[in-house]
Structure formats: C-alpha cells, structure tokens
Write a protein that binds this ligand. Sequence first.
Ligand code: FPP
Length: 254
Amino acid sequence: MAKEIKQDPKQPKLDMARIPNHIAIIMDGNGRWAQARHLPRVAGHQQGMDTVKKVTIAASDLGVKILSLYAFSTENWKRPASEVSFLMNLPIRFFNSFVPDLVKNNVKVTVMGDISRLPKKTQQAVYDAMKDTEDCNGMILNFALNYGGRDEIVRATRKLAEQVQAGDLQPKQINEKMVDSHLMSAQLAPYTDPDLLIRTSGEERLSNFMLWQVAYSEFVFMKEHWPDFNGELLKKAIVEFQQRHRRFGGLKNK
Ligand code: FPP
C-alpha cells in the first residue's frame, strides 16, 4: 500500500492513482557533482550510492512497481581502472549496508546485464542480495550492471537464431512478444517497459539504456546531478509525467 506523501501547494498535484508502474533512471552527473566540489570523481559515486538508497525508499513508498537503475554500462569499462574498481565495489558496499532495509520495505532485487564479467566478490554480493530478497513481493529494484541495450538485443537475436537453426522456430513466427520474452527485462513482466525514463544532470540522450523497452516511455530530463537527486525530485518528475498525454501511436483519449 502506498504511504501518504506531503505535497507542495505551489506545484501541480501528484496523482497517487496514476503513479507510473515502471520508472527507469539514468543516474548521470556523479563526476561533475564531485568536480564542482574539488573532490575526486569517485566521491560523486559514493554520494550517488546514498541517493540510490533514498530514491529506492521514496519510489517504494509511492507505490512504484519497478525501479530500473543504470549503474554500469557495457561502455563504462573504458573509464580509468581506479574508477572502474570503485564502481565494482559499490554494489558490495551498497548491498552489505542496505539489504536489511530492502527486506523491511519488501523490495526485491533483480539484475539485467552480463554480470559474469564482474569481479567474483561483486557477483557474489549481487547473488546474495537477490537470494535475500527473493521472497519480497513489493517493488522490484532492477539494477543494470554491465548492461547495454544493443548487447541485450544481440543476445536475444542469437537465442532466436539458435532456435531457428535447431528447427524449433520458423523465422516468420518471430514477433515482438517473442523478442520481448528473450530480453533481460523479461523477468519484469508484465511491466517490462518503463512508463517514465528520467535522466539527471541535463544530458538528453539514452546512452544505450533499454533501447527496445523505451519505445513508448515518457522522457523527463532534469538538470540536477544524481547525488543531488531525491524523493522530492522524483515526485516532480512523476508530476511532469502525469501532465503528458500518452497515445502509444493512437489518438488522444477523449
Ligand atoms: C554516471 O555519472 C554514473 C555512473 C556511471 C555510475 C552510477 C553509479 C551510481 C549512481 C552509484 C550507485 C550504484 C550502486 C550499484 C548502488 P558520471 O560519472 O558519468 O558523471 P559525469 O557525467 O558528471 O562524469
């Protein structure tokens, strides 16, 4: 059950009956946040981890069903080794300190991405968190780790090609539903597609995040850097989402 949330009288009202089921966030601006404070970039990631905790609880309290967070992309390996190493340790520190709160809030952890390339300790932390929260049936906190939208589509294509090669599938039988069910997001059914995609720090691009699934998502770009994001800004993005008219290629509802 969603909890009562305080509302700012100056803002358009948040409609608690129309909370998006699936929110995806590109958590950008950690480095710039740190640089603006003359801190090392990793200080931004550290602060960003605390923001993940706050925003997870805020989203769960609002009644969001799925929160997908882009934590590490297939392209992030190009960063300096020291930064990659810090980012690989973050899930360990995050889950070590936060799994009890996740369980208390009935939040279940899932992951999209090829985690077999992550350090063994990071993989273990992820598997432990999924195991510890497997019985939770509230919000799903879905981390994208070593995830890329194109990589995900290539892997799905490969699986379908293998079925064709084995003679189990005719090419003409392949449809959108079948592709959907071979993507890493299939585990989020029936809410595989984000209703709302938020990107922080003023950049307005997708950076290879959930390319298939965001076909009809509403995009909200916010100027704040991720470490400065919070539950109030999440509500602001949802209010913006609620002002939009989603038509999914059809005509506006009368
Ligand atoms: C983008 O900021 C952020 C990332 C690549 C890492 C995201 C990670 C977190 C928010 C930490 C939380 C993670 C877990 C697993 C709890 P950037 O470094 O690209 O910022 P910049 O564009 O300002 O340089």
